[in-house]
Design a protein around this ligand. Structure first.
Ligand code: FAD
Length: 454
């Protein structure tokens, strides 16, 4: 009898687990209450990056003069942009659903909840309730934007990040509350579409968890573009008035804008699953704790993706999904490598882009670990000059005794792509000499990597 594997949630964690498990011979049922692809494809990651790419094209057009061309002032075509965002979402959702069905995955549209440690019930969109017995189950229900008690988003002027697209709204002025990764991406996006932006930064540095040198480059860029940074301020209330919104901070400062956007984290979708019936524990924040195989406190029930409280990234969710499929099918004893969350690469799609992986300088400093840090600015790289964009740098952190690459960060154009080289080196324990001796393309931004590895 094949393993009956129930997956709740069709985001990156759920659909990757479903594809791999089906390929390995499991009988997979995946339940999705909205659209296959999950919040990642439909509400968060992909729509925001699509809008940022269009905003990036607009800001690039403002730099055309430096490339020997006349400057142009492109107009936003809201309808065409909406269509573009919708097309990409539909394409990704459709291709993911096709891939799953071609692998034999049964997709149930509806909401699932556990009824016992070995069964769940699904209220399907066609009004029926289907019982699903299982041998193994995966909770991959993701998360949703956090809304604090002092504000009530109205979907018109006071927005969560999910209410900013399809792009029906192009605020004249916007106050973004929250200066983590999502907050700074929204600042960049709205500014590149021409809005006057204020960012409420609760600490003294945007991106408080990042390398200060990296954050400083972004802050300089924001200030150059006219973004106001309200540092050391916590928003306390957001009210609507006739012209827009009034954001009041705990230090008495106030921001008036046409719109406010909340980017202050997320909460897990673990409620409504009736986890008690399955005996699955949640922690104080509602996350489902897991071990290094993504197993919950119940040995045949797994959790992956945002709901598991590990790194809230699509890439991590997908890799967890893959590892879960291998574990369910008993492959972990052979080919399985544990997921090392400390080696996950991540990027921030601002301008310049920011990407990092592995050990950070500040982290090594705090732990007293000896490291070698080498840094090369893009201004020394021919391709950066050709691109008329030489902002940023490459920084590589290695072990001074062995030369093994431990981490790195890149600020600059295409940082999200370039970081792959350092990510591979960190995962495979490669040495700086492995990067130096690679015969790379010339002229290319990757030459800065080879130089930083010297
Ligand atoms: C604005 C924004 C931008 C982001 N950009 C990036 C980025 O550039 N790169 C990156 O790596 N990450 C990014 N992320 C993070 C990324 O979107 C998440 O980490 C990712 O979506 C997590 O995937 P998941 O599979 O856990 O959940 P999700 O993608 O949230 O999917 C969960 C699915 O479960 C379904 N579901 C929930 N409950 C039930 C139920 N009871 N029954 C049936 N179905 C249910 C939901 O409908 C949903 O489709 C971004 C996040 C935000 C907010």
């Amino acid at each position: 009898m094949p393993v009956r594997f129930l997956i709740i949630g069709g985001g990156p964690a759920g659909n990757t687990a479903a594809t791999y498990a089906a390929r390995l011979g499991a009988e997979v049922t995946m339940v999705e209450r909205d659209l296959v692809g999950g919040a990642a494809h439909l509400l968060d990651c992909i729509p925001s990056k699509t809008m940022i790419a269009t905003g990036g094209a607009m800001s690039f057009s403002r730099r055309l003069q430096g490339m020997g061309l006349e400057e142009v002032q492109p107009e936003i075509d809201v309808e065409a942009l909406t269509e573009r965002v919708e097309d990409i979402k539909d394409h990704l959702s459709g291709s993911t659903a096709n891939l799953l069905t071609s692998q034999g995955v049964r997709i149930l549209r509806g909401s699932a909840r556990f009824t016992s440690p070995t069964s769940a019930e699904v209220d399907t969109h066609d009004g029926t309730t289907v019982s699903v017995p299982f041998d193994a189950a995966l909770i991959a229900t993701g998360s949703r934007p956090r809304v604090p008690e002092w504000v009530r988003p109205d979907g018109e002027r006071i927005l969560t990040t999910r209410e900013c697209y399809p792009p029906k709204i192009f605020p004249k002025s916007v106050c973004v509350v929250g200066s983590g990764v999502t907050g700074v991406e929204f600042v960049h996006m709205f500014e590149s579409f021409g809005a006057k932006v204020t960012l409420v930064v609760s600490r003294q540095q945007v991106l408080p968890s990042k390398d200060p040198e990296v954050a400083a480059v972004l802050e300089d860029d924001f200030l150059r573009r006219g973004v106001s940074l309200l540092k050391g301020a916590r928003a306390q209330s957001i009210e609507r008035d006739a012209d827009g919104v009034l954001v009041k901070c705990d230090d008495g400062r106030q921001v008036r804008a046409s719109h406010a956007v909340l980017a202050i984290g997320s909460v897990p979708n673990s409620d409504g699953l009736n986890l008690e019936a399955a005996g699955v524990h949640v922690d104080g924040g509602g996350y489902v704790p897991i071990n290094h195989h993504c197993v919950t406190n119940v040995e045949h029930i797994y959790a992956a993706g945002d709901v598991s409280g590990k790194l809230p990234l699509s890439s991590v969710a997908s890799m967890q999904g893959r590892k879960v499929a291998e574990h369910v099918m008993g492959l972990h004893t052979r080919e399985h490598r544990h997921l090392d969350y400390d080696k996950a690469a991540s990027a921030i799609f601002t301008e310049p882009e920011i990407a990092d992986v592995g050990l950070a300088e500040a982290e090594a400093f705090a732990s007293g670990r000896k490291i070698r840090v080498t840094k090369v600015p893009f201004s020394a790289t021919p391709k950066a000059l050709i691109n008329n964009d030489s902002r940023g740098f490459v920084k590589i952190i290695s072990d001074p005794a062995t030369g093994v690459v431990l981490g790195g960060s890149i600020v600059g154009r295409h940082a999200a792509e370039l970081i792959s080289v350092i990510a591979l080196a960190v995962t495979a324990n490669l040495k700086v000499t492995d990067i130096v001796e690679s015969l790379l393309v010339h002229p290319a931004l990757s030459e800065a990597l080879a130089e930083a590895a010297e």
